[in-house]
Design a protein around this ligand. Structure first.
Ligand SMILES: [Zn+2]
Length: 86
């Protein structure tokens, strides 16, 4: 039987991870972002907005101009749904 030793190295996210204790704000809603734990098997981005339910990378957050004047895509979906339910 082959060893079941997990090979975690390549399972880590490819995104750059911020230093622990770093604080960021959602470029859409302005509320503090949640820093996700960097752990094996998690391939997502480091930041989550609990309000927008949206993920952000450090790279994206370093370019706030890209978000200027835009609504969170999740918020837009909710708005569209709300209009559809009227
Ligand atoms: Zn947000």
């Amino acid at each position: 039987m082959e060893s079941q030793k997990p090979t975690y190295d390549f399972l880590y996210s490819n995104y750059a991870w911020p230093e622990p204790g770093t604080e960021r704000e959602c470029p859409y809603s302005g509320i503090p972002l949640q820093l996700n734990e960097q752990r094996p098997g998690y391939n997502g981005k480091p930041w989550t907005c609990p309000k927008c339910i949206w993920y952000f990378s450090e790279e994206e957050l370093n370019d706030p101009a890209a978000f200027k004047g835009k609504d969170c895509p999740h918020t837009l979906e909710q708005k569209a749904e709300a209009i559809g339910k009227k």
